[in-house]
Design a protein around this ligand. Structure first.
Ligand code: FES
Length: 192
C-alpha cells in the first residue's frame, strides 16, 4: 500500500501560492492549482492533512528506501528525459518528506534562477543545495526547497514522492516549474 503524499493545510497554501481554494459547506477544501507553478489537485477537510494528486504525471520507481544512505544523493530524470533531479535522505524531517523519518526528498538540480546545475553542491551537514555556481542561490531541502541565499526568487522545484510497503520510492508529480520549461510536461522552451 503506497504512502500518500501529504502536507498540512497551511503548508499547502504556502507552497501553492497561486492555488485557487474553495471552502465547501461541509468544511472540505478543494483546491485546483493554476499558474506557472502547477502542483496538482488537493483535497482535505479543515485541520486535516491535504492529499495531492498529479493525474498528468508519470509514475516512476526511482530507488528503494532500503538502499538509501543518508547524505548520498541518487540522481534521476523526471518527469521527462533531461529534467535532472536529486533524491536524498536528509537525516532529518522535511516538508513533503517520505519514509519512517519523513526525511527522504527529491528536487530538481536546475537552479530556479537561471538553470545552472546544482548536481555537485549538496551540503549534508545543513541539508541545503547550494551555493549555485553562478549566483550563489542556496536552497533548504527540509523546507520545500526554499531559497535562503542568492538571486533566486523561487523555491527549487520538488518531486512528489510515494513509498510502498516494499520500500520502492516512486516519483508521482512535481511541485513547481522546472527552469527552462513552459510547463514541466511540455517541450523545453527555445533559448532566445
Ligand atoms: S543560476 Fe543559480 S543563482 Fe543564478
Amino acid at each position: 500500500m503506497a504512502e500518500l503524499q501529504t502536507v498540512d493545510r497551511r503548508s499547502f497554501l504556502k507552497i501553492s501560492g497561486l492555488a485557487t481554494g474553495v471552502v465547501l459547506s461541509g468544511g472540505a477544501v478543494v483546491a485546483a492549482v493554476i499558474g506557472p507553478r502547477p502542483l496538482g489537485v488537493a483535497a482535505a477537510r479543515q485541520g486535516e492533512k491535504v492529499q495531492f494528486a498529479f493525474p498528468e504525471y508519470p509514475d516512476v520507481i526511482i530507488a528503494n528506501l532500503n538502499d538509501l544512505v543518508a547524505g548520498e544523493p541518487v540522481f534521476f530524470a523526471y518527469p521527462q528525459a533531461g529534467q535532472k533531479n536529486m533524491l536524498v535522505k536528509l537525516g532529518k524531517s522535511a516538508e513533503e518528506g517520505i519514509g519512517p523519518e519523513s526525511d527522504v526528498v527529491a528536487f530538481s538540480t536546475a537552479c530556479s534562477h537561471m538553470g545552472a546545475p546544482l548536481d555537485n553542491v549538496y551540503n549534508h551537514e545543513y541539508g541545503i543545495l547550494g551555493p549555485c555556481p553562478l549566483h550563489y542561490s542556496t536552497f533548504d531541502l527540509s523546507k520545500s526547497g526554499m531559497n535562503v541565499m542568492g538571486k533566486a526568487s523561487d523555491h527549487l522545484p520538488q518531486v512528489a514522492l510515494q513509498v510502498d510497503d516494499s520500500g520502492d520510492i516512486r516519483a508521482v508529480g512535481m511541485f513547481g516549474l522546472v527552469y527552462g520549461y513552459p510547463a514541466n510536461l511540455f517541450a523545453r522552451a527555445k533559448e532566445g
